[in-house]
Design a protein. Structure first.
Length: 144
């Protein structure tokens, strides 16, 4: 495997889901031949803190991609909508401002069961998908 370096930002909120997202991402990278030295994992309190952390990582110019992992699960208030919008727009902004793939491995689900389905359940494993997407984008970036 090439000596690409990837940063992974994972939120602690809904940790029973985000731990599984991270485990799947790391497992997939290992399957792809990545070494631990090629991966940096940073934990943040919640999803809203992900874009700033991704931006600070991008500024270092040490990484070839950044994966953002979180689980935003709808509650009884409109807070869900605000968080989803802030995180998605923030990640996109980092990607476009710094010309680095920022992989959106943020689950946005209606309930906990849907989130569980996406971390090894009937909807596959979005953490593994994030690693695959990062590798695909790093290959594309090399070609351009």
């Amino acid at each position: 495997m090439k000596q690409w370096k990837c940063a992974i930002v994972v939120s602690q909120f809904n940790q029973s889901i985000t731990d599984k997202l991270l485990a799947g991402t790391l497992q997939r990278f290992k399957e792809l031949g990545f070494q631990e030295t090629q991966l940096t994992v940073l934990t943040v309190p919640g999803a809203v803190e992900i874009p700033l952390t991704a931006q600070l990582l991008a500024k270092t110019k040490q990484y070839h991609s950044i994966i953002c992992l979180s689980a935003i699960i709808r509650g009884e208030t409109s807070h869900y909508d605000y968080v989803c919008e802030q995180v998605s727009q923030g990640c996109q902004r980092v990607m476009l401002d710094f010309d680095i793939p920022v992989i959106f491995g943020v689950l946005t689900t209606e309930n906990f069961a849907q989130a569980e389905d996406r971390v090894g359940g009937k909807e596959g494993h979005k953490g593994m998908d994030a690693a695959d997407t990062a590798v695909a984008m790093m290959r594309i970036m090399e070609q351009i």
